[in-house]
Design a protein. Sequence first.
Length: 153
Amino acid sequence: MRFTGHRLLFSGDKEVGPVPRLALGRDRQHGVMLFHCDTRWNVVGAEGFYPDLRSANARAERFYQGISKAWVRTGYTKAQANRYLQRLGHNKRCSICSKPWFDIEALVEVKKRKLAFCDACIRELYELISYSPPSSSTLGSALNSAHQGLRSK
């Protein structure tokens, strides 16, 4: 494949030029990413959030004419990829919702207790403890006022 021009893809402050390898993959939200890799498949740049493979392929074709005929399926299933990712992360997952580390944005670990909490569960817990129900004195005053109003009628 011949590289046909600049695409304004940067890694740090350097433009990523032609690369020997390209790969397509899905992100957490199931969009498609286009990875620009070196000869050992190390990612040197990524672009994406394409809605489908066709869109990502069209983007790659703009800069590498003929690439659409050269794609090769990996042969790996989603289950195999998930098992690999679990091993890679030492089976880290949220202690509350059990989502694996690769399906969440952030994971906070409490190593002494061997616990881990994902950002979504932390936000939900924060909302739960931030909600302050009416205090008993406020509730008592409201009930007393309501009771007084009923007696005077």
